[in-house]
Each structure stands twice: as structure tokens, then as C-alpha cells.
Unconditional design. Structure first.
Length: 345
């Protein structure tokens, strides 16, 4: 299979596309477009015509002419789990993984798409156990994405899950110790722990940038569009005892504080779960990705609340673009991770 240097991230709020240079070390082209309202519902495509047109717009803005892309299902459209099974032949393993996947997706077996990877081995007495990571999605969900790509005159060379793309793009950060990544999307936040090129934990929180927007709308009595603008322009994380000097920023910080507190609680639970399972290996740092990671003071807020070093995961530090786009790096993390997958072929 030829290498495919184009990663396409179809998010709930925005579509991002990246083309890497031939050596895979820099970004040759990138672009974005807003995801049309009503084209996605809980991660599934409901209007492939609208979505396909927006995908075409993103590629045209970037000047990308490749027709083959690597893209992904979001965490709401797919199930990602790690299971332990006895060592067995590959054909039996496929059957065992499919059986487990069907427990999480309440549809007939032939209506489920499943992929898996053996990520480790554990010796338990005289028996060897395999650690297997699998991703599963309903066939109709996969078909919806394929139809949208066809509208855009594209073909998916690889269709994976956004969790894997996030793990891939930040794996170099996890060579010295476990790293927790919080990918804060519009509808969800993906929490994953990466260590030594391996994904150790994956969770999806039904909290994201839109949750913050709704909190701002309720507190300031604004409609959703106006609240989004205020969030973009005035939001700051509530760090330290003093409120922001700007009165609107102070009200926004107060409004989003409970939502951020809930995220902190869930991230802490994930870190504690990993600590218990990993024999005491502690998280070395937390990386924030996604467009919401750009909120001023957010990393400092999480550092204060978690007691861990927290950084904004600016992937442009590792894969610099040919043209600079200030503060956009965290939003393109998934797209770059997908492009890296294409370069592996």
C-alpha cells in the first residue's frame, strides 16, 4: 500500500486536514472548515452531502490534491477497549475479539466492524495472557463516513479511531514515562494514557467545548452563537484566588469553573485507575489537545487542581507548518496523528 500523507479529522465543530512533507517531519499544507450543523449526530454522519461539501472546502483551502486520505471515527461513534485473553491462534483471537465487541454494540454481529491489535503479553502462572486492544463500530456508521468521503471525491486509505491518532502524535512525549492526554473536542473529551509507544487507557467524557459554551450562555443569558463568540474572545480559566480584571472574563471564568472541575475529577480518576493497574507507575505529565486547550490559563488551572505538570500539546513544535498559524497546534493534533498513520504504510 502506498504511503498516504494526508490526515482528515472530521470533528463535531470543525474539519481539519493536514498534508505532511515526504519525509514526514513537517506540514506541507493544512486547512480547515466548519462542520455543517446537522451533518453529524453523536459522531455519526446524518447528511453526507453537506459534510462531503465541507470536507471539499477544507481541502481546497489547504491546496491539497491527494484523493486518498487517512481519517477516523470519533470516540462517540466507536468503542475502544483493552481485554485480556488466553494465548490462541489468530483466527480464534479474531472470533474472541468480535464476541467481546458485540457486547458493547447492541446490533447483529454482521453489522459490526472490528479491528484489533495485540499490545502486550502477561505471564500468569504457566499460562500466557494476551493484552488486546480493539476498536469496533456499527457498519452503518462506517458507511456514513465513506459516503461523505465519496461526495468529496475522496477514498479512505485507512479508517481508524481518533484515540489512536492522539496517542500516535504524542508518543514521543511518553518515552520517559506515562503521559495523560486530554483531547478536548467540541462534544467530548478523550482521555488516554500513553507510555512506551503503547496506549494503556482510553476513556470518553461527554464534556467538551460545547459544554463550556452552554455554561456561558446560561450565566450571561446569551444565545449559543453569541456565547461561543464570548467564550472565544473572553474565556480564561479560573486560576488562583483573584478573578480576572475584565468583568466579562470574570463572569465567564465563574461560569465554566464547575464544568472544568468535573473534567478534573474524571482525569484524576483515570490517573488513579492507571496507577493501580500499572504497579505504581505515576503519570509524568498531562498534555491538553483540541481547540479548547487554547483557553488562556487552562494548563495552569489543571496543574493547580491535579498537582501534575500540565502543558498545552502544541504539535506544531514537532511538525512545524510551512506557514505559521498562531495557537492552532492543539486543534490539529488528531489530523497530524492520522497523517502519521498514512506515512507508516
Amino acid at each position: 500500500m502506498a504511503r498516504t500523507p494526508v490526515g482528515l479529522d472530521i470533528g463535531a465543530a470543525a474539519i481539519k486536514v493536514v498534508e505532511l512533507t515526504r519525509d514526514g517531519h513537517r506540514i506541507a499544507r493544512l486547512g480547515s472548515a466548519r462542520t455543517p450543523l446537522g451533518s453529524l449526530l453523536e459522531g455519526a454522519v446524518v447528511d453526507p452531502e453537506k459534510l462531503g461539501a465541507a470536507i471539499r472546502t477544507a481541502l481546497e483551502e489547504a491546496g491539497i490534491r491527494h484523493r486518498r486520505v487517512v481519517t477516523a471515527l470519533g470516540s462517540r461513534a466507536a468503542v475502544v477497549r483493552e481485554i485480556q485473553v488466553p494465548e490462541m491462534p489468530e483466527e480464534e483471537l479474531r472470533s474472541a475479539v468480535r464476541f467481546e465487541a458485540e457486547r458493547y454494540l447492541p446490533v447483529a454481529g454482521e453489522d459490526v466492524r472490528v479491528d484489533h491489535q495485540v499490545v502486550g503479553e502477561v505471564q500468569e502462572g504457566v499460562r500466557k495472557q494476551l493484552s488486546v486492544l480493539f476498536a469496533a463500530a456499527r457498519s452503518d456508521v462506517v458507511d456514513g463516513f465513506v459516503r461523505a468521503l465519496q461526495v468529496a471525491d475522496l477514498r479512505a486509505e485507512v479508517l481508524e479511531v481518533t484515540t489512536f491518532a492522539l496517542a500516535r502524535v504524542f508518543r514521543q512525549e511518553a518515552r520517559e514515562g506515562p503521559v495523560l492526554v486530554a483531547g478536548i473536542g467540541a462534544d467530548t473529551t478523550e482521555v488516554l494514557i500513553v507510555h512506551e509507544d503503547r496506549l494503556h487507557l482510553s476513556r470518553t467524557l461527554v464534556t467538551g467545548g460545547n459544554t463550556l459554551t452552554r455554561a456561558v450562555a446560561a450565566a450571561l443569558d446569551l444565545d449559543p452563537d453569541a456565547a461561543e463568540i464570548v467564550k472565544e474572545e473572553k474565556a480564561v480559566a479560573p486560576v488562583g484566588p483573584k478573578p480576572p480584571e475584565d468583568p466579562t472574563s470574570a463572569r465567564v471564568a465563574e461560569a465554566i469553573s464547575p464544568v472544568l472541575a468535573d473534567m478534573v475529577m474524571e482525569i484524576r480518576r483515570s490517573a488513579e485507575f492507571f496507577l493501580a493497574r500499572s504497579g505504581g507507575r505515576e503519570i509524568q505529565k498531562v498534555l491538553l489537545a483540541g481547540g479548547t486547550a487554547r483557553i488562556p490559563g487552562l494548563a495552569a488551572f489543571f496543574t493547580e487542581e491535579l498537582g501534575l505538570p500540565v502543558e498545552v500539546g502544541d504539535v506544531f513544535r514537532y511538525y512545524p507548518p510551512e506557514r505559521s498559524i498562531p495557537d492552532a497546534g492543539p486543534a490539529f493534533a488528531v489530523a497530524i496523528g492520522l497523517a502519521l498513520r498514512g506515512m507508516e504504510e
